[in-house]
Design a protein. Structure first.
Length: 617
C-alpha cells in the first residue's frame, strides 16, 4: 500500500500531532456491554457495537475528508475511554475500534495516519468495567456484570491470559491490602489443601463420545479425540486461566483446581490439584523445564488478595514451592498480581514494583522498585531469556513519561532504557524477542506499533493502512503487557489479522525492518482466521468454524513468492456447535492436535459447558 500524502516532519518521541485525529484502528481495549449478548455462534450476523470517543470508526486513512455514510461513519459522540457501550457480538465480529495512528510516533519517526494494528479484546472476552478504575463486579462475578446464563462465544489464539483493562500510567490500589507491609515471600513445600471444592470433570475420555460429536464425519475430517465438562463453579462464574501442553499432557486451570489429561485420549494424567480459594492468576508461559506458577486468593472475603503462589511441575503434577507475596508499600498492594516467566525467572508484578524468584526453587532473586525520576515499575513481559519492564515516571508533574527497559532476568540489571515521550503509554507487547510494542496516546487518541533492535534502539513502526484485529484482554488495576492473542512474530516479520465480520479476513505479513506490508493471505472457506504461531518456516493459523463447518488449522509458507493456505486439520461438521461454544476460549496447536479450552466458566449449571476438548486425526 502507498504512503498517505502530506507526511509531517519528524516530531520526536511522542511529539504533538500536526493534523486532526485520523481514523481509528480496530483493536483497542473496549468498554463492557451491559450484559453479555446471547450466543450467536461463529460468524453469526450481529448488531454493530456503539462507537465511543476513544477510537470510533472513521473514514479511510489519509487527509481529512467529509464524513461519509455507511460502515465506518462516526456515530453519535459518546464519552471516551471506558464508557459503557452496547453489548458486543461474539467471535468473529469486528470489535470496538481503538486509537488511531498519529503523524509522529513516540520514537520520533513519521508514521502513516490511519489504523494498523491496535489490540482488541478477545473473541467475546469479558470487557472493561464501566469506567477506568471502577470495580467491575464482585469477586468471582463475570466481568461486565451480565447474567451468568448468557455466554459470549469466544476463542483466543494462544495461551490464556487474565482479563485486563489498560488504565494507563501508574495505578494506585485503593481497596484491600494492609499497606506498608514488609513481609517477604518465603518458599516452602506445601501440603494438599483439605477444603472440599467442585467435582473434577470425568466424562468424554478414552474414545467416548456421549454427545455424538463425531457422527457423520466425512473423509479427510479430523475427529474429536476427547472433551471434558467444566467443573461446578459459582453462579456468577469463575476464571479458568491458562492452558499448557507438556509432552503428552494437556493441563488446564479452572476455578479452584488444576487438571491434567493425556493429550491422545483424555485420560487423567495426574491430579486434579485443589486449592482452598479460587485461582486468580497464572503464568501464561511455562519454564524451559515445564514448570508453571499459579496464584490463588488468600481468603474468600471482600478484601482478599491474590497473593498465594504455588509452583507446579506440568510433567508430574507435583506441587513444588509455595509462598505469599507481600505488599510493596502503601499504594503497592498485592490485591492483584501479574506473573511473568523469562527463562528460570518468575517475575511477580504488583502495581508499582516487582519481585523476581527462581521458578525452580522459589528463592528470591531481587526486587524492582522505584528508581530515577520517581519511576515505578508498572508491568513486565518475558520470554526466551528476555525480560521487559515498563515504568511510569514523574507522574503528576510536567515531566511525566514512561520508560521501556530490558532487564537481565537472572540479576535484574538494566541492559538498556528507552524513554517514552509524555502522553504515550506502552500498553502491550506483541512480542518480546524481537521486541514489538503497542503504544497509545490518550489525549490525542492516537496509537503506534514500534519495533526495536536487540539493544533497544528504535527499528521501525508499522506503516500498513489497515484495520487489524488481534485480541487483547483488559485490566482493572494494572496492565497486562502480554495480554494480546491472535498475533504472531518471527525474526523478521509481524503477522496481524485484519478485521472481519461474518466472512473471510486476511492475515498480513509486515516487515520488521521497515514496517511495510510483505504479503497477505486470505482465510479458506470465507471464514475469519487468526495467527497462532510461526513454526518450521510456516505460519500456523486457525480458521473459525461456521454454523455448518468445523474449524480448520492451516499453514502458510512465510518465505518465497507463494503464500497460500494448506490444511493441517479440518474439524468435523458435527462438532462445530461445541467448538463454537467455548466461553472466552483458548486455542493451541501442538503435535498435530488442536486444543480448545474455556478461559472462564459461566457458572450456569444448565449450560453443560465444556472445559477442554481436543481434535486430531
Amino acid at each position: 500500500m502507498t504512503q498517505p500524502p502530506n507526511q509531517p516532519p519528524h516530531g520526536g518521541f511522542g511529539a504533538p500531532q500536526d493534523q486532526p485525529p485520523q481514523p481509528a484502528g480496530f483493536g483497542a481495549p473496549q468498554s463492557p456491554p451491559a450484559a453479555p449478548p446471547a450466543q450467536g455462534g461463529f460468524g453469526a450476523p450481529q448488531t454493530p457495537p456503539a462507537q465511543g470517543a476513544f477510537g470510533a470508526p472513521q473514514p479511510p486513512a489519509g487527509p481529512p475528508q467529509q464524513p461519509q455514510p455507511g460502515y465506518g461513519y462516526p456515530q453519535q459522540p459518546q464519552p471516551g475511554y471506558g464508557y459503557p457501550q452496547q453489548p458486543q457480538p461474539g467471535y468473529g465480529y469486528p470489535q470496538q475500534p481503538g486509537p488511531y495512528a498519529g503523524t509522529a510516533g513516540p520514537y520520533g519517526q513519521p508514521q502513516q495516519p490511519g489504523p494498523y494494528g491496535a489490540p482488541q479484546p478477545g473473541y467475546g472476552y469479558p470487557q472493561q468495567p464501566p469506567y477506568p478504575g471502577m470495580p467491575g463486579t464482585a469477586p468471582g462475578g463475570p466481568a461486565g456484570g451480565g447474567p451468568a446464563s448468557r455466554k459470549r462465544t469466544a476463542l483466543i489464539v494462544g495461551g490464556a491470559v487474565a482479563a485486563l483493562l489498560v488504565v494507563g500510567g501508574t495505578v494506585f490500589a485503593v481497596t484491600g491490602g494492609d499497606g506498608g507491609g514488609t513481609k517477604k515471600p518465603v518458599a516452602r513445600h506445601s501440603d494438599d489443601p483439605t477444603q472440599s471444592v467442585s467435582a473434577s470433570p470425568t466424562a468424554s475420555g478414552g474414545g467416548e463420545d456421549p454427545d455424538h460429536l463425531n457422527e457423520g464425519r466425512q473423509a479427510g475430517e479430523a475427529k474429536v479425540l476427547w472433551y471434558k465438562p467444566a467443573p461446578d463453579a459459582l453462579a456468577s462464574g469463575a476464571d479458568a486461566p491458562g492452558m499448557w501442553v507438556s509432552g503428552d499432557t494437556a493441563v488446564k486451570a479452572a476455578y479452584k483446581q488444576v487438571f491434567a489429561f493425556h493429550a491422545g485420549d483424555g485420560g487423567t494424567a495426574w491430579g486434579p490439584l485443589t486449592f482452598p480459594q479460587k485461582i486468580c492468576a497464572a503464568t501464561t508461559r511455562k519454564s524451559a523445564d515445564d514448570k508453571i506458577v499459579v496464584a490463588y486468593m488468600n481468603s474468600a472475603g471482600d478484601h482478599a488478595k491474590c497473593n498465594q503462589l504455588q509452583q507446579i511441575d506440568l510433567r508430574t503434577g507435583e506441587k513444588g514451592w509455595s509462598g505469599e507475596v507481600a505488599d510493596g508499600g502503601l499504594f503497592d498492594s498485592a490485591l492483584t498480581i501479574e506473573l511473568t516467566v523469562s527463562g528460570r525467572t518468575l517475575m511477580v508484578g504488583r502495581s508499582q514494583s516487582g519481585t523476581a524468584y527462581d521458578i525452580d526453587s522459589g528463592k528470591k532473586l531481587y526486587d524492582k522498585k522505584r528508581y530515577g525520576e520517581a519511576c515505578f515499575p508498572a508491568a513486565f513481559a518475558g520470554g526466551t531469556g528476555r525480560l521487559i519492564q515498563v515504568a511510569s515516571c514523574a507522574v503528576g508533574t510536567s515531566g511525566e513519561h514512561e520508560e521501556l527497559q530490558e532487564l537481565d532476568p537472572a540479576t535484574g540489571k538494566v541492559r538498556w532504557t528507552q524513554k517514552v515521550k509524555k502522553g504515550w503509554e506502552v500498553s502491550r507487547t506483541y512480542s518480546v524477542d524481537p521486541l514489538v510494542v503497542y503504544l497509545t496516546n490518550r489525549e490525542k487518541k492516537v496509537w503506534n506499533i514500534s519495533t526495536f533492535t536487540k539493544d533497544g534502539k528504535f527499528r521501525s513502526q508499522v506503516r500498513v493502512n489497515e484495520k487489524f484485529a488481534p485480541r487483547c484482554g483488559w485490566a482493572v488495576l494494572e496492565r497486562e503487557l502480554q495480554g494480546c492473542q491472535g498475533v504472531a512474530v518471527d525474526a523478521d516479520t509481524l503477522y496481524l489479522p485484519t478485521d472481519s465480520t461474518i466472512s473471510a479476513n486476511e492475515i498480513v505479513a509486515i516487515g520488521l525492518s521497515d514496517g511495510r506490508e510483505k504479503w497477505r493471505v486470505k482465510a479458506p472457506g470465507n471464514r475469519p482466521m487468526t495467527p497462532v504461531k510461526v513454526e518450521g518456516g510456516k505460519l500456523i493459523a486457525y480458521a473459525q468454524p461456521s454454523y455448518d463447518t468445523g474449524g480448520q488449522v492451516v499453514s502458510v509458507p512465510v518465505t518465497g513468492s507463494s503464500h497460500t493456505t494448506t490444511g493441517l486439520l479440518r474439524n468435523p461438521k458435527g462438532a462445530a456447535g461445541a467448538e463454537n461454544a467455548f466461553y472466552d476460549g483458548v486455542v493451541d496447536f501442538t503435535d498435530g492436535r488442536l486444543f480448545i479450552s474455556s478461559g472462564r466458566l459461566s457458572g450456569d449449571d444448565d449450560s453443560k459447558e465444556k472445559l477442554i476438548m481436543a481434535f486430531g486425526n
